[in-house]
Design a protein around this ligand. Structure first.
Ligand SMILES: [Zn+2]
Length: 118
């Protein structure tokens, strides 16, 4: 019985994929756009400069480097990672997480977790 349900669920997912995939792509684009808008409007609590798109790029680059190094150093291990830092002030280096529901950046306090805060 469980096998039938699984097959039906897989078929439903396959049939709905022409709708689900574009919807997911649009939602992702909306998320990125909202984050960019928030970054352009948010001032750093440390130096007062606007975070801007450069802060997002700096954070993205650091995150990609971190994940790449993690994978390279730990082959054959699957990770479940949660990204906490989404913007890094290019002027002073303060780190910010993004709250999607509130559409704003919040300062990430220093932790020992790599990729989270200094
Ligand atoms: Zn700053």
């Amino acid at each position: 019985m469980g096998g039938v349900v699984t097959v039906l669920a897989a078929m439903a997912l396959l049939l709905l994929s022409p709708i689900l995939i574009p919807v997911a792509a649009v939602l992702h684009c909306v998320h990125l756009r909202r984050k960019r808008i928030a970054a352009r409007r948010t001032r750093c609590s440390g130096c007062g400069e606007l975070l801007g798109i450069a802060a997002l790029h700096l954070s993205d680059t650091e995150w990609q480097d971190y994940v790449e190094r993690l994978r390279r150093d730990n082959l054959h291990i699957k990770f479940r990672l949660v990204r906490l830092v989404h913007a890094i002030c290019v002027n002073c280096g303060l780190r910010y997480g993004y709250r999607d529901a509130e559409r704003r950046f919040v300062r990430v306090e220093s932790t020992d977790e790599r990729g989270a805060a200094p």
